[in-house]
Every structure is written in structure tokens, then in C-alpha cells.
Design a binder for this molecule. Structure first.
Ligand SMILES: NC(=O)C1=CN([C@@H]2O[C@H](COP(=O)(O)OP(=O)(O)OC[C@H]3O[C@@H](n4cnc5c(N)ncnc54)[C@H](OP(=O)(O)O)[C@@H]3O)[C@@H](O)[C@H]2O)C=CC1
Ligand SMILES: O=C1OC[C@@H](O)[C@H](O)[C@H]1O
Length: 391
């Protein structure tokens, strides 16, 4: 690749919901605005399981990629020879079947979080990507923020000493205005068990990401250990978890992680009054501020009380009305991995995604949360209603 000639990745977008829109608007931002000069992104195809028309409307919504192909089904999308990588933006319930559909069609995959509904499904995705020599990554975008990279480096430098505990929370007060219910309709993906709803899989994955990237990811490869998991959940009337606390004990490193998530209270009701993530070491701690999925600042507090507040703003593209959400950094990681022939990201290796999924599965089990066989099976079925658009 000639110097100055950025590597181009051609994206196929699977689904046209909220996060697909946000991700695509980020892909349309000029990489140079975030000082990325070695990669660029093109949206070459979009599919809606609803209709081709929905996919066409989606291009107007993102205000770009007007020459992208539009499809009315996911199988048509994955058959498009012009796509390098598919971005799976369906509910958690669909991730396994949809990501398998793309892998089996020979496409690299970036799949939204939570990766799958069970650990066996994640293991099957990894096994398939390995067998077909394809790139696969879970879209835990927060890991690729400059803020997260700085924090990982400051821990590794020993600045806060030995880290013994990471506490994290991601919660929203979603109580209904009247009565004791939640503000979501029972059919909403947040609480609908047919869509693998619940706090753990949608929100809990973020405090767990902070627990893992500080207590697991930074350990030497040979010393990494899956945690002992103790968890408890309160269930909503739909059967999904509405309130969960997860303890991760790492005996080999004498450390403990605590991840909490609820739909009944807000992490930080006074806005920036309290840190939502605390990474606590022998010489001090690093505090990250709300929200755990898209933090814009952190504070280093030394044992003697000295502190340093660090702002990490997300750059906006003036040519795109100042838009910039922060999902472009995970997209850049995918592009660099494809350019360099890597099949997994060193920032979130397959093994780590599997261990985190095993942790969430243990929490779901201990909380008595159950999901239907259609969305928990690890048997790929191209004719599954999750792939044909009938579920
Ligand atoms: N990284 C982040 O910050 C965020 C990540 N997410 C993740 O993204 C995923 C999607 O979330 P979000 O975009 O908010 O969800 P939406 O409900 O807004 O969109 C989901 C899309 O999936 C498709 N879909 C296919 N089958 C179904 C079905 N049976 N029920 C509902 N939708 C279906 C639809 O697109 P179509 O009709 O076009 O096929 C729908 O628009 C989740 O895994 C979530 O965890 C969500 C929000 C933020
Ligand atoms: O990933 C996410 O981040 C923000 C939340 O509002 C959303 O429900 C979740 O899926």
C-alpha cells in the first residue's frame, strides 16, 4: 500500500436500528478528524429484515452512502461480493445466528455487544472464524477509546500500584411514571426475553468490561485466569433481570471486581458528581465518569490525595455537522486488523470475549434468568427465523 494511501474497508450493515444508524454516521466521519490517516471506511451495502425500502430510507437517515446496495434480507446482504466485513446490529438474541450467517458466507464480522446469549454460542463463532480464517470481533467500542488506552497504560506503568479492586456500574432509572413497572413496553428489547433482554446483557457488559480490562486483560498471558463468579438478580415481570450485582474474584492476583447494573436507579443522578468506575490500587485509584460505555473524562487520585482530572473529548467532523460518537475507533481497529491479516483484536481477544460471556452466563444462571431455545441454541440454522426475518 503506497504511503499516504489509506487502506479502505467495505462495510455491509446488517439491520437498520438505532445503533446501526449511530455506527454508520461514525463511519461517514473523516478519519483525519481523529488523526487516522492509514484507514478509511465505505458503506457498500445495507440490509433490513423488514424491507428493501427500509434499507433505502436508512441511507437518507444517515445522510450518506447513497450509492450503497440496499437489500430486504440478511441472506442477500451476506451474498454481496463487494462486502469485506459485516456489522451485525440486531438485538442480542439474533447475534449468534446472524454472525454465523455472515461467517459462513465468508465475511469478516464485527458483532454488537453482548456478543451472544450463551458462552457456547461465542465459542462456536470463534471456532467458525478460525476454521474459515476470518476476522471476528465483539463491538465493545469503549475499549478502543483513547481514554481507555490511556488508563490501561497508566495502570501498566504502576502509577496506582497493584490494582486490587475495580468497581463499576451502568444503570438507568427506567421506572415508569406511574405504578411499579418500568417505562419500556414488555416487547422492548431491553426487557423482552425473546430478544435476550435484561440489564446484564445490555448494560452489565460495560462495568464487566472495566473489571476485565483492568483485572484480567493487563495480566501476562500465562497468568490470565477466569474469575470465580457470584451474582444475584431481581427479575422484572417479563422474566428479564432488572437489577443485578456480579462479583468476580481473581484468586491468583488477589483482586476482586464488582459489576452492578439496574433499570431502577441512575448511576450518577447529579451528573458527574460520582465516578461510575473506580480502579483501586495500592498507590491510588483511577476514577472514570458516567457513562461507563462512553466516558469523556477520568481522574487519577494518588494515595496522598493529589489528583489529576483528564478530559478526553470525542472529535466531531465539521463536514458532518460536528457528528462524532466514538464508534469509529472500533471500526479503525477492524480496518487495521484486516490490513495486517489479523483475525482477532489484541485489545479484545476471542478468549477474553469468551471468558466475559462465561461470566455473564454464570450471572444469568445464578439469577435464574432463562431465555428461549430459539435464541440460546449453538446450532447454526440459515433458515432460523432470526436469519430469515420472521422473528
Ligand atoms: N454500542 C452501543 O453503544 C450500543 C449498542 N447497542 C447494541 O446494538 C444492538 C441493537 O440495539 P439497537 O440498535 O438499540 O436496537 P433497535 O431495536 O433500535 O434495532 C434493532 C434492529 O434489529 C433488527 N431486528 C431484526 N429482527 C428483530 C426483532 N425480532 N426485533 C427487533 N429488531 C429486530 C431491526 O432492523 P431491520 O428491521 O432493519 O432488520 C431493528 O431495527 C443490541 O445488541 C445492543 O446491545 C445498542 C445501543 C447502543
Ligand atoms: O450498549 C449500550 O449502550 C447504551 C445503552 O443505552 C444501550 O441500551 C446499550 O445497548
Amino acid at each position: 500500500m503506497a504511503a499516504g494511501n489509506p487502506y479502505t474497508v467495505k462495510w455491509g450493515i446488517m439491520a437498520t436500528g438505532g445503533i446501526a444508524e449511530t455506527f454508520c454516521k461514525d463511519l461517514l466521519c473523516d478519519p483525519k478528524v481523529r488523526d487516522a490517516h492509514d484507514v478509511r471506511h465505505e458503506i457498500v451495502a445495507v440490509a433490513s429484515s423488514s424491507s428493501k425500502k427500509r434499507a433505502e430510507e436508512f441511507l437518507k437517515t444517515i445522510d450518506g452512502a447513497f450509492d450503497a446496495k440496499t437489500y430486504g434480507s440478511y441472506p442477500e446482504l451476506v451474498a454481496d461480493p463487494n462486502i469485506d466485513i459485516v456489522y451485525v446490529a440486531t438485538p442480542h438474541s439474533h447475534h449468534f445466528q446472524n454472525a454465523m450467517l455472515a461467517l459462513e458466507a465468508g465475511k469478516h464480522v464485527l458483532c454488537e455487544k453482548a456478543f451472544t446469549v450463551t458462552a457456547a454460542q461465542t465459542r462456536k463463532l470463534v471456532e467458525t472464524a478460525k476454521a474459515k480464517n476470518l476476522f471476528l470481533m465483539e463491538a465493545v467500542w469503549t475499549r478502543y477509546f483513547p481514554l481507555s488506552i490511556q488508563i490501561r497504560k497508566r495502570i501498566t506503568s504502576g502509577e496506582i500500584g497493584t490494582v486490587y479492586r475495580t468497581i463499576g456500574d451502568l444503570s438507568f432509572n427506567s421506572n415508569a411514571a406511574e405504578g411499579k413497572g418500568l417505562s419500556f413496553a414488555d416487547s422492548h428489547r431491553m426487557i423482552n426475553v425473546d430478544l435476550a433482554g435484561g440489564a446484564i446483557l445490555d448494560l452489565g457488559v460495560y462495568p464487566l468490561t472495566w473489571v476485565f480490562q483492568t483485572l484480567y486483560h493487563l495480566q501476562p498471558e500465562q497468568d490470565k485466569e477466569a474469575p470465580t463468579v457470584v451474582a444475584a438478580s431481581n427479575k422484572y415481570t417479563t422474566g428479564a433481570d432488572e437489577n443485578t450485582a456480579i462479583i468476580c474474584q481473581f484468586p491468583r492476583h488477589n483482586s476482586l471486581g464488582v459489576a452492578t447494573t439496574t433499570l431502577r436507579a441512575h448511576s450518577d443522578p447529579e451528573n458527574d458528581a460520582v465516578p461510575v468506575i473506580r480502579i483501586q490500587g495500592s498507590e491510588g485509584e483511577i476514577q472514570v465518569f458516567f457513562p461507563a460505555f462512553r466516558p469523556l473524562k477520568y481522574k487519577v487520585v494518588k494515595k496522598n490525595g493529589e489528583s489529576q482530572l483528564v478530559d478526553c473529548p470525542i472529535p466531531g467532523d465539521p463536514a458532518r455537522n460536528g457528528w462524532g460518537h466514538g464508534m469509529f475507533w472500533e471500526a479503525d481497529e477492524c480496518a487495521r486488523c484486516l490490513r495486517d491479516g489479523k483475525k482477532e483484536s489484541a485489545t479484545l481477544p476471542w478468549t477474553e470475549s469468551i471468558v466475559i460471556m462465561e461470566t455473564m452466563e454464570a450471572a444469568l444462571k445464578q439469577g435464574g434468568i432463562e431465555y428461549p431455545e430459539l435464541i440460546t441454541t449453538d446450532v447454526y440454522d440459515p433458515k432460523s427465523p432470526l436469519n430469515t426475518g420472521n422473528q
